[in-house]
Design a protein. Structure first.
Lengths: 496, 375
């Protein structure tokens, strides 16, 4: 067995943080290798070193047996390394062929040789089983196909080792299956694949071997078939992790949130209820009206038709303040944009939206003491790190920012909790914690509406599952009958 | 407290470096246009310490700094709400004419009533002019920069017609209002010299602070400016409204999602910003000229534009703004003392300071961001 990649004793320090120390990775030629770890475990840094974007402070890197002396993307590409970024780097208005050959265009005299480019791309497409239409414009293609174009782009540059950064984040279950098939074809063609991910199911489904990183160091490596998901999670976190959410059966009571034919640009008409004491999950591929629905349900987007009420109060025309007054708490979709004021301290953020509550105000002045006391309690209870509420919120990692938002919203003791992608970008350990907190809100008697593109999350938490497609509810399933397959079919737009 | 001092120190690094760089550039230009920079500095220093002496210089610097504190605060409070108010000029003019009108009409009132009334009208005039821009922004989505520029022209037209028409002083051709009453005048800081002749009826009132010469017009509005700076600090960092204003300035989306009315904050912030600019009228009308005169007001209101630079240099912080206003005041005084080189050098110096501060701040914040990103 020849080794495609050998990274030994890698160390990379930044001014105030050690990203990698004692990190090692050995990948055999022709295997699919999963690189797993929590956020901040050093996966990206390690891969950026391999791709030549950073030079390591210590350690050796060998690609196909040859030691890398200098580090730059150009040298790495020349050595046969290619990277498929999480956010595609395609020109939407160009065709597939034009995108693939970008930067190394075939020429016919001074002109771009379109026929040759299309021919080359078509040939590669058949060879690797990556079905694409070379003349199609990239902007017209679904996300899954765009990803194939990215992979082709990397292959066209002669990559023998492909690094895929969180490739399934934007895909439907069906597209994910297709990606797995593509990876298998690449392997059959003798290419090596490194898959960066934190989704354990993906590791089990797609990889031959895996390496776990924890706090910058290699925590272990294993043949995928030999380890369970639980075992991998334990290696990632360093302790046993509860994989399944424990919850009693729901006791739905009165209707709290009620939508009747609600319609707004991009969504509707939508009709459904959420009762106190139940979790209703909305599954769906991103961009099918979930964002618009969430905006309607917090006063950020005005309804064009239909009505929506919370606790019997009609809020069809209400501003956000009206929603909060009626008992809403919302973990927003985009924490940078809507959830936090980055330049504010964590303490200031922990009262954002609650800042006019009597306990935080005295004759128009901020009660800094009460605010800081509340912040300290929440930081402790929700394990926000660092445990110092006087730092700016933007200096926190994504996962800790999310924990701060969850802490703030749950501290409202809401009648209705809307949780949009509550665990996006959050570590496994924290996911477990947030899930428990959401379930305990339900048990306290809150109505919970969960919107998530992470199907497993919806299935694990929801008592009822609604599937959104094209701005409408494509179907409703009881938790007991909601299987990944059934939901997946609805997500893809096949009507129930 | 230590944290506060450390913060203040860190924040002043970039402006201090920029100032040094601008000074070097200024000397370089002096050399390029054919003067000996060392001689120029020597002459400047001797001019500053001779003649009327350092006492005069200090008084003049404070005089020039007074409107710059008001306008700097005005720009800063809008900046904090994410708004760019370049309508300070119009706001000063409207504030000034109302202030002058009140001082003239209320001449019979005692000082204890006349002075607060005049101050209130100065603030109200500016607030009104600012709030128009805020309201158009909030309700119609018009960009505040365009609106405030247009409102500057509107203010010139409105004040001009008033000073030439209904409110015009009877005597003379000059567009101006009659003088304000004695009771509405703010005293100068200075003290009468021991050997001076006895005061006459029309003499300006004095506070009698020995440090200041009486012939310099620096007056009690300076204290009002300092008070405004303190008030703004308390408002921004201690009150709920200030918190909401800053939230809107940093992230309007998040503020809206948290139930804060961005529209209301926009209008309030522009009104406060306008009020602060309008308060500069207390220096012009109540402390210096003792009446509203169109051409005086027009040239005085240009301080609003320097206020943008002051706010920038002071990093939108009340304390920083006071320091920056003093610096710009000092540069202005320097321009009057220079006699062997073209006075334009001061303008170049001001421009250089602004440019270097912008670049310095940007570089510095990027540096801090990079440091934060790797922790």
């Amino acid at each position: 067995m020849n080794l495609a990649i050998e990274m030994i004793g890698i160390e990379k320090r930044f001014p105030r943080v050690v990203a990698n120390s004692g990190a090692s990775l050995t990948v055999a030629e022709g295997e699919i290798h999963a690189l797993v770890g929590e956020n901040g475990a050093g996966k990206s840094t390690l891969m950026k070193i391999l791709y030549g974007m950073y030079a390591p402070d210590a350690g050796t890197v060998r690609v196909m047996g040859k030691e890398m002396k200098s580090f730059s993307p150009a040298t790495s590409i020349a050595a046969g390394i290619g990277m498929v970024h999480q956010h595609f780097m395609l020109v939407p208005t160009l065709t597939v062929a034009e995108n693939v050959v970008l930067g190394m265009e075939p020429r016919l005299g001074p002109w771009f040789d379109t026929a040759q480019a299309e021919h080359e791309v078509a040939e590669m497409s058949t060879r690797f089983g990556l079905a694409v239409e070379p003349r199609a414009k990239v902007e017209t293609l679904p996300v899954g196909v765009q990803q194939r174009v990215e992979i082709l782009k990397v292959l066209a540059r002669g990559a023998k080792v492909l690094i895929l950064d969180e490739p399934t984040a934007v895909l439907t279950p069906g597209e994910i299956e297709e990606l797995y098939a593509t990876l298998a074809k690449l392997k059959a063609e003798g290419r090596t694949v490194v898959l960066i991910t934190h989704k354990l199911k993906e590791v089990k489904a797609a990889s031959d071997r895996l390496t776990v990183l924890r706090r910058g160091a290699t925590a272990g490596t294993a043949v995928t078939a030999d380890v369970t998901e639980e075992k991998i999670a334990e290696m990632m976190v360093g302790r046993a992790v509860l994989m399944k959410v424990e919850k009693k059966s729901a006791k739905p009571a009165d209707v709290v949130l009620s939508l009747k034919g609600l319609q707004a640009p991009g969504v509707g008409p939508v009709t459904f209820d959420v009762r106190a004491g139940e979790i209703v999950g909305i599954a769906g591929v991103e961009g099918n009206g979930q964002s618009e629905l969430l905006e309607c349900l917090s006063g950020l987007r005005a309804a064009k038709a239909g009505s929506v009420s919370l606790g019997g109060i009609d809020l069809s025309r209400a501003a956000p303040a009206g929603w909060f007054k009626a008992g809403l708490a919302i973990i927003p979709e985009d924490r940078q944009k809507r959830g936090l004021v980055g330049e504010f301290t964590v303490a200031e953020n922990l009262v954002l939206g609650r800042h006019r509550e009597v306990k935080f105000v005295k004759r128009g002045f901020v009660r800094a003491g009460a605010r800081d006391a509340e912040a300290a309690t929440l930081v402790k209870k929700f394990d926000v790190r660092p445990a110092d509420a006087s730092v700016e919120a933007q200096s926190l990692s994504g996962g800790n920012q999310q924990k701060a938002i969850v802490a703030r919203e749950l501290s409202r003791q809401p009648r209705l909790l809307i949780a949009a992608h509550p665990t996006r970008g959050v570590d496994i350990g924290a996911i477990e914690f947030i899930h428990k907190a959401i379930v305990s809100e339900r048990d306290r008697g809150a109505a919970v509406l969960l919107v998530s593109s992470e199907l497993s999350e919806v299935l694990a938490l929801a008592d009822r599952v609604l599937v959104m497609f094209g701005g409408q509810i494509a179907g409703e399933l009881k938790a007991s009958e909601a299987t990944e397959k059934k939901v997946g079919v609805l997500m893809a737009g096949v009507r129930a | 407290m230590i944290r506060f001092l450390k913060d203040a120190l860190v924040r002043s690094i970039a402006p201090a470096l920029a100032l040094g760089a601008a000074a070097l550039l200024g000397l370089l230009i002096v050399a390029v246009v054919g003067h000996n920079p060392f001689a120029v500095v020597r002459n400047l220093l001797s001019a500053a310490t001779q003649a009327h002496g350092l006492r005069d210089d200090i008084a003049y610097v404070l005089l020039y700094a007074t409107p710059l504190i008001f306008t700097g605060l005005s720009v800063a409070v809008a900046f904090r709400a994410g708004l760019f108010n370049i309508g300070g000029m119009g706001q000063i003019m409207v504030g000034s004419i109302l202030c002058g009108w009140a001082g003239w009409k209320l001449a019979a009132l005692p000082a204890i009533l006349a002075i607060p009334a005049c101050i209130a009208l100065a603030a109200l005039g500016g607030a009104l002019w600012g709030a128009i821009a805020g309201a158009l922004k909030a309700w119609r989505g018009s960009h505040e920069v365009i609106i405030t520029i247009m409102l500057n022209f509107c203010a010139i037209a409105v004040t001009d017609s008033l000073a030439n028409g209904t409110w015009k002083a009877k005597e003379g051709m000059t567009p101006q209002l009659p003088a304000i009453g004695q009771s509405a005048r703010l005293p100068r800081l200075g003290a009468r010299a021991a050997d001076a002749p006895p005061p006459e009826a029309g003499d300006p009132p004095l506070m009698g602070i020995g440090l200041f010469p009486k012939h310099v017009q620096v007056n009690a509005s300076l204290f009002l400016a300092l008070l405004a700076a303190a008030g703004m600090h308390v408002f921004l960092f201690r009150t709920v409204r200030g918190y909401e204003l800053r939230a809107v300035g940093h992230n309007p989306e998040a503020a809206r999602a948290a139930g804060i009315s961005v529209k209301r904050v926009t209008i309030t912030a522009m009104a406060i910003s306008g009020a602060l600019a309008g308060l500069a009228a207390t220096d012009l009308v109540m402390g210096t000229k003792y009446n509203y005169r169109q051409d005086d007001a027009m040239s005085y209101a240009r301080a609003a534009f320097i206020g943008i630079a002051v706010s920038l240099m002071g990093q939108n912080h009340p304390g920083g703004i006071i320091l920056a206003a003093l610096l710009f005041g000092a540069m202005e005084r320097m321009g009057l003392l220079l006699n062997d080189v073209p006075k334009d050098i001061v303008l170049i110096l001001q421009a250089a300071v602004i440019l270097f501060v912008i670049c310095g701040n940007e570089l510095f914040s990027r540096m801090l961001a990079r440091k934060a990103a790797t922790t």
